[in-house]
Each structure stands twice: as structure tokens, then as C-alpha cells.
Write a protein that binds this ligand. Structure first.
Ligand code: CDT
Length: 306
């Protein structure tokens, strides 16, 4: 039986601070409809897909901050997206700011979810690698306050059984870390879905601004090839509230080749027929972990102290 999933990488263009979730969800539904017409069974949207990338602003008023968070998923605003996905029989994945009470404790995470074709949430991941800073740093052209507004997730990278395969989730900065892909791969992941918001300007090393797009594809392609799995990277792109975000949403095959790529910085859908069995091309050969990997020779990689 074929294990090919037609996947849509649904890039979003900029979202204004004043844009309400209803308008964003309408844009997401439009991309979903187009994806369904192209035969997609899975549509992937960016990190923090429902609002502007709010960590670029220093805010102290918790009410103002919490306006960017969701307390349930689905909820009133995203209900129409879930309903349309269910009606079309298309699985979806997107990121959002999650506010939740767990064991009596109020917590906030940068979260991504995956549904199945019935609209049921089958996987949830809370971002582990939170970039940026905690305090206001006015010298920057814009802030990157993920470390202030979110707690790091506490669940390890692991794929879910979905769409006849093993599908994992990661978020933005995670894609730069080889551990993200290897942990997933060691747990059998065949495809990892990664939404991102990546500014062109990196205040700590502006001499690297021209390398942002290169580093994006370098990370996604290396992660795919070195672990023999599909990687779907999806941007929130374009000039958002004066901050330029890279695009380049793409689908990467287990060989490391980009097989579909967005060419704009706006709402754009790119699709590919992803055969999960193609992971074997790599994993039964050059990266046959059981045969060739030497974990006893990399002891520090399994140590939490480094
Ligand atoms: N959203 C996110 O994680 N963005 C970071 C920006 C660079 S670190 C300030 C990224 O890794 O793309």
C-alpha cells in the first residue's frame, strides 16, 4: 500500500498587530481550500500562525501579553479552520501561543499541534529551544523576547502515529539544532513539520544577516539528509510591522533535496507527493543507524551536563 502523503506547506505573509484572528483564519482556510484541490492530505502552517510575532515587543502589562495567547484549541476563532479541515478530510498543523493551567500552575508555551483527517488533535509539541532574551534590550532594532513570554517545553521530541506514518513537530529555532532531527529519527520519525518566524536582521551578529536564508535551508536540508526523513519548513514571511521575515518555505526529501519551495514572501502554497517509504533510501544505507552509528563513541551526546 502506498504511503505517499500529498503535503502542502502553507506559508503566511505578514500579520499586522491589529489583524484579528478571524481574518488570519480566513487566510488559512483559503490556503486549505487550495491545498485540498491539489489533493493534499496534510497542510502545514507557520509558528505562532494566528497572530503577529509578538515577542518583538517588550510588554509589561500581562493582559496585553495574554491577548496573543489561546486558552483552548480549537477555540471560537480557530473553530472554522478545524471544521473546514474535517469537512475536507485534511490534517493540519500550526503553531500558537498556549496559555494553560496545569496542576494548579499557570503556564505559557510556544506550541505546535497536528490533527488527523477528522480534525482530532493527535500531537502537541511545546518549543524546547527558546531563542532571544528575557529583559528589555532597547539597543536592538526590535526585541526577541521568547525567553520572557514562554517557558521551555518539557516533553522530548517524539513522532506521533498519524496519516499512516510517524510524524514529528518542531518549532523555528529547533531547526538549527541537529539534536532535534536525530532524537526524532531515533524514535522513528519519517517526517518533521517545522514552522518558523525568522527575521532577516540578527541584532547580535548583523554581519550574518545576508546568511539567514542560507542557514535556513542548510539546517533543514542537513536535518533531512543526515536522518533520512522528510522535513517541511514553513515560514511566516515578509515585512511584518517593519520587521523583515525570511520566506523560503520548503519541502525537503530524505535525500536532502528541496522538492518544493515558495517563491514569494506572502500567503503561498507549495505541495509535494511525499512517499514516506523513501526514508529507507537513506536509513537502510548510508545512515543505517543500527549498522553504522557508534553511540558508545559519542558519550557526551547523551549527557545532560554539557
Ligand atoms: N522564532 C524563532 O525561533 N526565531 C529565531 C530567530 C533567531 S534567534 C533571535 C530563529 O532561530 O529563526
Amino acid at each position: 500500500m502506498s504511503r505517499t502523503i500529498v503535503v502542502g506547506a502553507a506559508q503566511l505573509g505578514p500579520i499586522a498587530r491589529a489583524e484579528d484572528r478571524g481574518r488570519v483564519v480566513a487566510r488559512m482556510i483559503d490556503l486549505l481550500d487550495r491545498a485540498a484541490k491539489r489533493g493534499c492530505r496534510l497542510v502545514v502552517y507557520p509558528e505562532l500562525a494566528l497572530t503577529t510575532f509578538f515577542p518583538r515587543w517588550f510588554m509589561e502589562d500581562q493582559t496585553e501579553i495574554d491577548a496573543f495567547f489561546e486558552t483552548a484549541m480549537p477555540n471560537e476563532a480557530t473553530g472554522p479552520l478545524f471544521e473546514r479541515a474535517r469537512a475536507l478530510g485534511v490534517a493540519i498543523s500550526f503553531g500558537y501561543a498556549e496559555k494553560v493551567v496545569e496542576n494548579g500552575r499557570l503556564r505559557r508555551f510556544n506550541t505546535s499541534i497536528l490533527t488527523d483527517e477528522t480534525g482530532a488533535v493527535v500531537h502537541r509539541y511545546r518549543k524546547i529551544h527558546l531563542p532571544g532574551h528575557v529583559e528589555h534590550e532597547p539597543w536592538r532594532a526590535f526585541q526577541h523576547l521568547e525567553k520572557r513570554y514562554f517557558e521551555p517545553g518539557e516533553e522530548v521530541f517524539r513522532p506521533a502515529d498519524a496519516l499512516g506514518g510517524k510524524i514529528g513537530l518542531a518549532i523555528c529555532n529547533d531547526r538549527r539544532w541537529p539534536e532535534t532531527y536525530r532524537e526524532h529519527a531515533l524514535r522513528g520519525a519519517e517526517m518533521v513539520l517545522i514552522g518558523y518566524n525568522t527575521p532577516v536582521h540578527y541584532p547580535l551578529a548583523p554581519e550574518h544577516d545576508h546568511l539567514q536564508c542560507f542557514h535556513n535551508h542548510l539546517s533543514l536540508q542537513a536535518g533531512a539528509y543526515q536522518n533520512g526523513m522528510w522535513v517541511v519548513g514553513v515560514a511566516k514571511a515578509g515585512c511584518e510591522e517593519g520587521c523583515d521575515l525570511i520566506g523560503q518555505s520548503c519541502i525537503v526529501a530524505p535525500t536532502g533535496e528541496i522538492v518544493a519551495q515558495a517563491s514569494t514572501l506572502g500567503d503561498e502554497l507549495v505541495t509535494h507527493d511525499c512517499d514516506l517509504d523513501r526514508c529507507t533510501e537513506i536509513r537502510a544505507n548510508i545512515f543505517d543507524f543500527a549498522k553504522h552509528r557508534r553511540p558508545e563513541m559519542y558519550p557526551l551526546l547523551s549527557s545532560t551536563g554539557v
